[in-house]
Design a protein around this ligand. Structure first.
Ligand SMILES: Cc1ncc(COP(=O)(O)O)c(C=O)c1O
Length: 406
């Protein structure tokens, strides 16, 4: 493994040398989606140039090659995640589909009055499907709050567990606050009480490898596009026995054992949940992203991201009227802030004129926005390929906002 070298890694991402209206692109919207290294782009081109065929159906060589590549992609990603033997990996469209699939499949486990524990820092993807599940089954939602520094109120979270608690769903890393939740501790707490845990890992994997055996979740989900891979592909990991007992989420080709006019039987996971032609190229591209990430010195990468965050936060908070949301010491490199003198959309628009891409809005976390007392925030989110020059350009652009509105 090469020692961490941000400029060498940056060169792996062709889009980062683009200009926006004559200004170098400064991409600080990594929380929304990450850019793709040449290796992933090439793997997709190679698949379509050499291997493209439908899988699991043809006896011709091309179909066998495509099937092998798809199956190898799954096995490789399982290995990289240290997925326990008891668990299976289902390819889905992304985190959103993963939560919907699990919430749909777990409906049979819930009775009226059973409880689902959520937190106020969830992305809507890990919020609304549970809300719908509660509406369908008569289950009750319980919410854990967020402390002033953006950490989860763990004491309150623990106090929400009672004899009727069946499911606890929580985010690994908050997309707004950057808070890294103590997920291993939380899954252990749930397990000891016979409660199923569902962890939304969408913002965790972009900042370093995740060892699912150590996390200890029943279910864990993430999206390919946020982890330097293609969009339209994601992962749901879950206990094999539980998955096999869950009703299929979608039905059709490839997920059946036998179909007769009087009824059908279904395959086990993962095929049980991969009806129809899956995103073959997406799975292959995602495995290539994992291969690329395997060569990164993550200790160096994390230290670099932390430095960028500290640089950006330190200078930004020197400006009058800046309020930063999420200040826990171990947070991921996500900087959400509110500038008193301007609406976040105006901040984002002015930054864009300087080539700086950030996110503004409620970040699909309206319950959290309500808790924070703001309708929306601006968010700069960093990846290992960002550098101090990006931070300086961002800060210069923010000073332009300040001059404009002061
Ligand atoms: C924490 C978190 N969970 C879930 C999602 C949803 O991911 P996707 O839109 O890829 O399904 C996001 C996307 O921003 C996220 O940040």
């Amino acid at each position: 493994m090469m020692p961490f070298d941000p400029s060498a890694l940056r060169a792996d991402f062709p889009i980062l040398s683009r200009e926006i209206d004559g200004k170098p692109l400064v991409y600080l919207d990594n929380g929304a989606t990450t850019q793709k290294p040449t290796r992933v782009i090439d793997a997709l081109a190679r698949f379509f140039s050499h291997e493209n065929a439908n899988i699991h159906r043809g006896i011709h060589s091309l179909s066998r090659d495509a099937t092998d590549a798809y199956d190898r992609a799954r096995e490789y990603i399982k290995e990289r995640l240290a997925l326990p033997e008891s668990h299976e990996l289902v390819f889905v469209r992304g985190t959103t589909e993963a939560v919907n699939l699990a919430a749909h499949g777990l409906a049979g486990d819930l009775r009226e009055g059973d409880e689902i524990v959520l937190t106020l820092m969830e992305h809507h993807a890990n919020f609304v499907p549970w809300q719908v599940l509660a509406e369908r089954t008569g289950a009750v939602l319980r919410f854990a709050g967020v402390l002033a520094d953006g950490s989860l109120d763990l004491e309150q979270w623990r106090s929400l567990f009672g004899p009727r608690t069946r499911i606890a769903a929580f985010v690994h890393v908050s997309n707004v606050l950057g808070t890294v939740n103590p997920v291993s501790e939380m899954t252990a707490f749930a397990r000891e009480r016979g409660v199923l845990s569902f962890v939304d890992g969408a913002q965790a994997l972009p900042h370093g490898p995740v060892d699912l055996a150590a996390v200890g979740a029943d279910f864990y989900a993430f999206s390919g596009h946020k982890v330097y891979g293609p969009d339209g592909i994601g992962v749901l990991c879950g206990p094999r026995d539980k998955l096999d007992a869950m009703p299929p989420y979608e039905t059709g080709g490839d997920m059946i054992e036998r179909v007769t006019v009087s009824g059908s039987t279904y395959r086990r996971a993962p095929e049980r949940f991969e009806a129809g032609t899956p995103n073959i190229s997406g799975a292959i591209g995602l495995a290539e992203a994992f291969r690329y990430l395997e060569d990164i010195d993550w200790e160096g990468a994390r230290a670099h991201e932390t430095e960028l965050l500290a640089h950006a936060t330190g200078e930004l908070t020197k400006m009058d009227g800046i309020r930063v949301f999420g200040t826990t010491p171990e947070k991921a490199a996500i900087l959400s802030y509110h500038y008193a003198a301007a609406h976040p959309h105006d901040v984002g628009t002015i930054l864009d004129t300087e080539g700086v891409a950030i996110r503004v809005g409620h970040h699909c976390a309206q319950p959290l926005m309500e808790h924070l007392g703001v309708p929306s925030t601006a968010r700069a989110s960093f990846a290992f390929y960002n550098n101090h020059e990006d931070v300086e350009t961002f800060l210069r652009a923010m000073r332009k906002v300040e001059r404009f509105f002061a």
